[in-house]
Structure formats: structure tokens, C-alpha cells
Design a binder for this molecule. Structure first.
Ligand code: CFM
Ligand code: HCA
Length: 531
């Protein structure tokens, strides 16, 4: 990897080369290596990152069906968050509210930028209320809102008073942070402040959990719901795949939080523990092995003979189905090579699925993760807090004053289990799991992607829509790990089977070797550039 790192960085001006080098690591799993992450992208470098608004509106809140979400801004921002992420939902009944197919926007015009847009926002909220009478309305700020100083929070308070429903705003302007990641944090804060804990709920089951950081892309959450239901584990709320407003309000009545994508939602898990004493564990449902491990870990937490038996039964039955498919596919794809560059946790989680098939991951990285996602949660105290991070509000949370809601029983249970070696509040990073000398790159650029492909000639590249066609025109199949290329689910046991079959379709064929980029034989422009 040092060869390719210098090959890439020698093309950059000195200062940029120095900065980019810090984001590239030739992995040595047993060493404590540091990688640069969560810093500003070099302007002009063609990053794959998205903005803070995308992380808040699109990612964290997007999958919730019955909060009417108004985007305060130009129409393009709203269009961007309109069903592009493939988060599916299943309303309880045919007439239950589902706003996901709609795009609500104030459609800001020049005039609103010059004279202010608050009046238009109030009008939009009133109109939305009259037409849809939702339980709650959320307002999302796009870049111009912060630039001109519209106060979405004041407007929301006023409208909450006037309409008598919950109305709350998000200062998630695209430029607030260096990427989507800031938007996740802002979303977590506002949900915690304005929604979570608003209503209590009587216990209806023995084992009540929340699933955090699962967004039901391609129906992933449906597969997990199936497993929990059969095991007798009651899933109170998911943040936020297939979720509803009410479930957010009573999420504090659960016994345990399972955090899947910690990058996007660890804040809520931490805050719930501080306020209510509810512990959290890291869980992963990508890969059959991970699914079994996570289900068994949940059962271990509840320590109930019947549950343990049921979970073991389900895992054995499902694993047998998975094994049968794997046995027919693995020999056809084993030994193939892959690379994966995805947002903030999938580039790690999906490595389990590749391991199951014997596919080697040569290089991987995140678009916007933090150092802990690479190196492990233990490095958090050593992460330098820069001005961009300080810009994002850090809520100060303390123990609830309502004694009935404080879970002393769980605090004690946690302490007891920890003594036995059960791990809470922790996760491993991507780097300890990866092979020696695998190349890890943060916030990869388009040009770096092309160089990597030339150098390594992988059998498969995993990324998103922005990379897909460029890579495929180079003769390398690209699997989208964001949208799943309109396939899925890939979580849980059924998901693993789907993924294996997809790998067979993409890798056990020679068709990609026959593809040649059209511009190689017929270039539209020919030229050279020196920097
Ligand atoms: Fe978490 Fe996600 Fe991801 Fe993410 Fe995303 Fe996504 Fe992603 Mo696209 S929450 S960090 S901000 S797992 S939208 S469902 S696929 S980049 S790797
Ligand atoms: C986002 C959403 C995205 C984009 C995916 C892609 C998603 O970042 O705003 O680039 O293909 O998963 O839909 O990450």
C-alpha cells in the first residue's frame, strides 16, 4: 500500500498531499494506528460526502412515517430527500398516516432570502396542519436559512402553541458540519429534547428493547422484526427504520438499547443511559454469524432460560438454511477480491458477509466516520475536538427527576454482567478486523478511487450511486451498499442469503471483463494537465 499511497499523493500539491496522507493507512491490526477522520474535505477534491442536512433530514428522521417533515429552503434540497434512500415503512393499518411518499417544502424564493422566510414557514406549517392534521411537525433548515438568520425554533414554538401539536425544528443547515455526521448529532439532540420520553407506556412483555441505527433500507428492519417477534423479544422502537412518532416518545421504557450503526445514533444511546439508566450494547445484523452473535448476546442480557432456548432454536434453524445456500455459492466466489467505501458503518459491517464467502477485502474506508469507527471506541478520549465539532451542540444530560423512570435495576444488572465479562457501551473499529496491509482510506475522492482500481484491479467495488457507473465503465462491477441497487434486505439470516445470491450473480461470471470504457476507443476530449 505504501506504493499506491505515494503514487496517489505525489499528484497533489504539497499541503494537500500531506493532509491526504494522514487519511491513508496501511493496516497493521495489532498496532494502535491513527487515521485522520471527520475533518474538512479539501475543496475541489470531489468527495463522496453529503451535507449536514442530508444526515439529519434524510438519514435519521427520513425513515419515520408520521412526523410531517417540512424542509425550509429551496425546492432542490427537498427533492434530494424525497424517497432516494429506499427506507421502507409499513403503517399499522391501511389508513394509518404515512408521509414518506410526500415532499413538503417552503420552496424558498429570492424574495424570502432577501426579506426573510419565517412568514412563509408559518404559513407552510399551518397549511400542512390543515391538510394532514399530523401528530407532529418537524422543520429542517437548509443552508440559506442559517445564512439569513430565520429562527426555525422560535417559529416552531409559536406554532406548537397555536396548533396544540408537537412542532420542533432542526438547525441542520448543510454547512453546519464537515459532513452528514454533524446532521446525525443534531437530529439525535432534537429528538432527545423534544420527543423521547414524552409519554410513558405500560410494560407488555418481559424483554423490551430498542434498536438504534437501523434504517430499514431495502426492508432490513422487517427481517429483524421477524426474528425478534418469533423469539418473544418486544421491539419498542427502532431509530428510525419502520418507525412512528409514538414509538420515539416511549422509547425510554425499554430495558436495553441495541446500537447497530453507532456512527449515526450513539448520542441517543448515551443520553438515554445518563437520563434513565438504560444500558446499551453494540449489535450487528449484517452477516449470519453476526446475527446469531447479537441475538445470543441479547438473550444473555435477559438471562431467561426460555428465551435462551428459543433464540438458540431460531439461530440453529436459520443458520442451517443459510449454510445450505452458502455451500453452493462459496466455491464459486471464494478468493475474489473486493473494496468498499461507504458512509459511516457499512464499510465495516459488510466485511462480515464477505468473510463468510471467503472474499478478501483489499481496501476500505468511510466517507464521514470518526476515528473511533476506524480504531475502536476506546480512542474517543484522545480525539482532538476541533472548531467544526465544537460548533455542534453537546447536550448536557442528567438523571431524570422522575424516580419511577430511573432504572436502578438495570444499572445493577449492568454492573453484575460486566463483572462476568459482558461488554456494554463499546465497539471495535474497522481496522482491528481488517487484514494486515489492507489499505484504509478516509473520505476517498473520485480520482483516488480510479487510481485504486487501476492498481488493485479488484473483482468487486462497493460504494454508492456517485461512483457506480464510472467504476462499471472501467469493467469492475459495483455493488451499491447504500441503496442495495434496488435489492435487499441484506440484514439477518434471510438478508445473508440474498446477499450471497447477489454475489454469485455479480462475481461468478466473466461478463464484466468484456466491458470496456467507451471513451477508450472514442475519446470526446483528449488533453493533458499539469498541476
Ligand atoms: Fe449509518 Fe446508514 Fe451508514 Fe449512515 Fe448514510 Fe445509509 Fe451509509 Mo448511505 S446511517 S453511517 S449516513 S449505516 S445513508 S443507512 S448507506 S452513507 S454507511
Ligand atoms: C446521503 C444518502 C446516501 C447516498 C447514497 C449514495 C444513501 O448520503 O445523503 O451516494 O449512493 O444511502 O442514500 O448515503
Amino acid at each position: 500500500p505504501s506504493e499506491i499511497i505515494s503514487e496517489i499523493t505525489k499528484q497533489y500539491p504539497g499541503k494537500i498531499a500531506k493532509k491526504r496522507k494522514k487519511a491513508m493507512v496501511s493496516n497493521v491490526p495489532e498496532e494502535d494506528q491513527e487515521i485522520q477522520a471527520n475533518v474538512r474535505t479539501v475543496p475541489g477534491i470531489i468527495t463522496q460526502r453529503g451535507c449536514t442536512y442530508a444526515g439529519c433530514r434524510g438519514v435519521v428522521l427520513g425513515p419515520t412515517r408520521d412526523i410531517l417533515q417540512i424542509v425550509h429552503g429551496p425546492i432542490g434540497c427537498s427533492f434530494y430527500a424525497w424517497l432516494t434512500r429506499r427506507n421502507q415503512t409499513k403503517p399499522e393499518t391501511e389508513t394509518s398516516e404515512n408521509f414518506i411518499p410526500y415532499a413538503f417544502s417552503t420552496d424558498m424564493q429570492d424574495e424570502n432570502i432577501v426579506f426573510g422566510g419565517e412568514k412563509k414557514l408559518k404559513q407552510a406549517i399551518r397549511e400542512a396542519f390543515e391538510l394532514f392534521s399530523p401528530k407532529a411537525i418537524a422543520v429542517f433548515s437548509t443552508c440559506p436559512v442559517g445564512l439569513i438568520g430565520d429562527d426555525v425554533h422560535a417559529v416552531s414554538r409559536e406554532m406548537k402553541e397555536e396548533l396544540g401539536i408537537n412542532v420542533f425544528g432542526f438547525s441542520c443547515e448543510g454547512y453546519r458540519g464537515v459532513s452528514q455526521s454533524a446532521g446525525h448529532h443534531i437530529a439525535n439532540n432534537q429528538i432527545f429534547k423534544h420527543v423521547l420520553g414524552n409519554t410513558d407506556r405500560e410494560r407488555t412483555g418481559k424483554f423490551q428493547i430498542n434498536l438504534l441505527g437501523e434504517y430499514n433500507i431495502g426492508g432490513d428492519a422487517f427481517e429483524l422484526e421477524r426474528l425478534f417477534e418469533e423469539a418473544g423479544i418486544e421491539l419498542l422502537s427502532t431509530f428510525s427504520g419502520n418507525s412512528s412518532y409514538d414509538s420515539f416518545e416511549y422509547a425510554h421504557t425499554a430495558d436495553l438499547n441495541i446500537v447497530m450503526c453507532h456512527r449515526s445514533i450513539n448520542y441517543i444511546a448515551e443520553m438515554m443511559e445518563l437520563k434513565y439508566g438504560i444500558p446499551w450494547i453494540k449489535g450487528n445484523f449484517i452477516g449470519a454469524g453476526s446475527t446469531t452473535k447479537t441475538l445470543k448476546k441479547i438473550a444473555e442480557f435477559f438471562d431467561d432460560a426460555e428465551l435462551t432456548k428459543k433464540v438458540a432454536e431460531i439461530c440453529a434453524r436459520e443458520e442451517a438454511k443459510v449454510e445450505a445456500v452458502k455451500a453452493s455459492i462459496k466455491p464459486k466466489v471464494e478468493g475474489k477480491t473486493a473494496m468498499m467505501f461507504v458512509g459511516g458503518s457499512r464499510a465495516h459491517h459488510y466485511q462480515d458477509l464477505f468473510e463468510e464467502l471467503g472474499i478478501k477485502v483489499l481496501s476500505a474506508g468511510y466517507e464521514f466516520a470518526h476515528r473511533d469507527d476506524y480504531e475502536g471506541r476506546h480512542v474517543i478520549p484522545n480525539i482532538k475536538i476541533d472548531a467544526d465539532t465544537r460548533n455542534i451542540e453537546e447536550l448536557s444530560v442528567s438523571k431524570t427527576e422522575n424516580e419511577a423512570l430511573w432504572r436502578q435495576d438495570l444499572v445493577e444488572k449492568k454492573a453484575e454482567l460486566e463483572k462476568k465479562g459482558y461488554e456494554f457501551s463499546s465497539y471495535e473499529g474497522m481496522m482491528p478486523q481488517m487484514e494486515k496491509n489492507a489499505l484504509v482510506i478516509d473520505d476517498i475522492s473520485h480520482w483516488e478511487t480510479e487510481k485504486l482500481i487501476e492498481f488493485y484491479k479488484p473483482d468487486l467495488f462497493c460504494a454508492g450511486i456517485k461512483e457506480k457507473y464510472v467504476v462499471q465503465k472501467g469493467g469492475v462491477p459495483l455493488k451499491q451498499l447504500h441503496s442495495y441497487d434496488y435489492g435487499g434486505p441484506y440484514a439477518g439470516f434471510e438478508g445473508a442469503i440474498n446477499f450471497y445470491k447477489e454475489m454469485e450473480r455479480m462475481l461468478a461470471t466473466n461478463v464484466w471483463k468484456l466491458v470496456d470504457a467507451p471513451w477508450k476507443s472514442e475519446p470526446e476530449i483528449v488533453g493533458s494537465m499539469t498541476i
